[in-house]
Design a protein around this ligand. Structure first.
Ligand SMILES: Nc1ncnc2c1ncn2[C@@H]1O[C@H](COP(=O)(O)OP(=O)(O)OP(=O)(O)O)[C@@H](O)[C@H]1O
Length: 575
């Protein structure tokens, strides 16, 4: 928590103003009972009406000034807390953006969403309360104690007895609350995960008739969270009545002992009234702090979860002195590359060596799970290799700035991802200043123009989140066009033609060959028809290269390739 609170540093001036305003307000709360006691002991007892009016008017003025201080402090603290929350959210978001897929797997996407939203909101709420109450409560309590002793030191023993009892009650409730709040945030994660899976997988859920099952799953997660929330609120709710009982008993004790002292002539009635007010102030300020105990355990649990994200060091780091590539543009070389996913028993790819050159198409083919996507995801450095090295333009990609490396690559992922916005916005994603001409040209090559123009607003047509309102094949073509707009040196198509029919794929391939004559092209594919014209085909089997060559050569030399070809021919013949 302390670490996160360092985020308040830029708001030093506002915080200082808040402290000052609250200090003034506290002075007034200490001052008013004293004046009231004088009104009773001097004004009322001696029937001095002008005195009562004068002091009463002064008290009114002080009260108005205190209210102004309190409102201004509240306004400032809300502003500081909101700005603190905004900065923290940006910090977490920026940090998470540097994560490799490994860190995403470790924390989980739903949990990352909860941490960036709900957890930060908890800490923000604490900051807001802290600014308003953390300073006011101790100041009022200290002022009240001093004035209580000043008013009647003997009667102040009641305060000395009551305070430890109060402290103990708060400690007991607090220590129970913090464990429960931790559990509650975890349950919130779980609920978010279920909701997210349900919303993104709604089609699968419906087609498999699993609605009831999912409802039950949601119900359980919801019930679980409600249960913990109820328990935690019950625990925390016991605090206020317990404190009110202590406060009421203290008042009885004060009136009792105070009455005896007045009877003996040791105290005046006005002083007793002021004393009761001071004790009420002291106990209320302790109650104010206890209000924070509703927020502190939850915010502490949230702060720990935020810190876990912020302390996570992304596996992939920028080199201290990035090397500027000077070699031939677009060359890729894998040198004895081996890579395993964290926790996996076997490497996903092993001892891979090959070269891809500008003007060449390198195709990668192999059965499912043979490591094709893994291999290409190493080129933009989504993961770092375990052994061997990958050179782009003659430089080890670990020595190159990630920005420079990724600028060179147009990556078309296996599952096309589009963003909410217009078609044109999506195509401009990698090159914001692309002209309409460039966009249209890329769409032409990707065989996307005809269906884009059929949409109501053409290139200005709106795409829903994730491109839900276009078909799988259309999404793939838009995602290919998006990469083409950038005109990078290297293109990586990770199984990006799989949702296209043979005719569209053939047209697209022909257009690409024409367009990308000088680029280095890597194509991952399942279909032989996609790869057969490639300059070199790499055949993968269980993460290893079992053949490199052209279609004809591989037909003669590589058994795995022969099997793939014959299985697909058999399928086509059967079809
Ligand atoms: N994020 C991941 N974490 C752990 N293991 C993974 C991950 N992604 C892939 N794998 C494993 O690595 C191996 C290679 O997977 P990869 O996705 O590269 O295969 P692929 O040849 O592209 O398959 P497909 O053609 O089905 O897409 C598989 O055994 C897979 O289970």
């Amino acid at each position: 928590m302390k670490e996160l609170l360092k985020g308040l540093r830029p708001h030093r001036v506002s915080v200082a103003c808040i402290v000052f305003l609250i200090f003034l307000q506290c002075l007034s709360t200490v001052y008013l009972p004293h004046q009231m006691s004088d009104i009773v002991d001097i004004g009322i007892v001696h029937g001095d009406v002008p005195y009562i009016l004068r002091v009463g008017g002064l008290m009114l003025g002080v009260s108005v000034a205190a209210a102004v201080c309190s409102i201004t402090a509240g306004f400032l603290s809300s502003r500081v807390a909101a700005s603190f929350g905004r900065t923290l959210r940006s910090k977490v978001f920026r940090h998470v953006e540097n994560f490799t897929l490994h860190e995403f797997d470790q924390i989980g996407t739903s949990s990352l969403i909860t941490r960036t939203t709900n957890d930060i909101a908890q800490v923000q709420q604490l900051v807001n309360m802290m600014l308003r109450l953390m300073i006011r409560a101790p100041l009022t309590a200290i002022g009240g104690i001093m004035m209580a002793f000043y008013t009647d030191a003997t009667l102040a023993i009641v305060v000395v007895v009551v305070m430890p009892i109060l402290g103990l009650v708060i400690y007991l409730v607090y220590s129970r609350g913090i464990t429960m709040f931790r559990a509650m945030q975890k349950k919130m994660d779980k609920l978010n995960r279920v909701v997210r899976e349900n919303l993104t997988g709604i089609r699968v859920i419906r087609s498999f008739n699993r609605i009831e099952y999912e409802q039950e799953r949601f119900h359980q997660a919801n019930f679980d969270l409600t249960n913990t929330a109820t328990k935690v609120n019950q625990t925390m709710a016991s605090l206020t009545p317990a404190m009110m009982i202590i406060l009421n008993f203290s008042t009885i004790a004060i009136v009792w002992f105070g009455g005896i002292r007045i009877d003996h002539g040791d105290m005046q009635i006005g002083s007793l009234m002021a004393f009761i007010q001071y004790v009420t102030q002291i106990l209320f300020s302790i109650m104010m702090v206890s209000m924070m105990f509703f927020v502190i355990p939850r915010a502490t649990a949230s702060a720990a979860r935020i810190n876990e994200v912020l302390h996570m060091v992304p596996e992939i780091q920028e080199p201290h002195q990035p090397v500027q590539p000077t070699g031939e543009k677009g060359t890729i070389a894998f040198e004895d590359v081996t890579f395993s996913y964290p926790g996996a028993e076997h490497p996903a790819i092993e001892h891979i060596s090959f070269q891809a050159k500008p003007g060449q198409v390198t195709a990668i083919i192999g059965g499912t799970g043979s490591g094709k996507s893994t291999l290409v995801s190493l080129i933009p450095r989504f993961y770092d290799v375990d052994a061997g090295r990958i050179l782009v333009d003659g430089v080890d990609i670990r020595d190159m700035s990630q920005q420079v490396l990724r600028q060179k690559i147009g990556f078309v992922p296996q599952r096309a991802v589009l963003f909410s916005g217009t078609v044109a916005d999506n195509l401009r994603y990698g090159k914001e200043d692309a002209t309409d001409e460039e966009i249209r040209h890329a769409a032409d090559i990707a065989q996307a123009t005809s269906f884009i123009l059929e949409m109501e607003d053409g290139f200005e047509a709106h795409l829903d989140q994730g491109g839900m309102n276009v078909s799988g094949g259309q999404k793939q073509r838009l995602s290919i066009a998006r990469a083409l707009v950038r005109r990078p040196e290297i293109y990586v198509f990770d199984d990006s033609f799989s949702a296209l029919d043979f005719k569209t794929e053939a047209k697209l391939q022909a257009a690409l060959r024409q367009e990308l004559q000088e680029a280095t092209v890597i194509v991952v594919a399942q279909r032989v028809s996609t790869v057969m014209d490639a300059d070199q085909i790499i055949v993968l089997d269980a993460g290893q290269v079992v053949g490199i060559g052209r279609h004809r050569e591989l037909l003669d030399t590589c058994q795995v390739y022969q099997e793939i070809v014959s299985s697909q021919l058999a399928e086509e013949e059967t079809a």
